[in-house]
Design a binder for this molecule. Sequence first.
Ligand code: FES
Length: 123
Amino acid sequence: MFQVTFIEVESGKRTTVQVDPARYPYHDHGLPGSLLDIAMGHHIHIEHACGGNCACTTCHVIIKKGDDHLSDQTDREEDLLDKAPGLTLHSRLACRAIVESGDVEVEIPAHTVHVVKSGGSHE
Ligand code: FES
């Protein structure tokens, strides 16, 4: 069992959930056991405009603790992250980063939500 803590920057809300890899997937978005899968399966909202298919950057999150406990980044994830607003050295796409080997603490940036809202108003 691993512990995953989600910190929603906009509201300051912290939610910690226990996850069991034997129970992956928790939901139906993103890779089974990904941060998006775990969040959605526990009623924590992370934007995922492409449906968790590694084709956007709206699920961008920042890993505060436990980078080493996540699956490795693919080239595709790296390429997409390069376009993510507010990119940091600890950025990941929530639909790709699978919790594999230990506890993780994840920040859900407020700007992710804002980008989606302002993006929609241009069209
Ligand atoms: S939801 Fe689109 S890349 Fe993760």
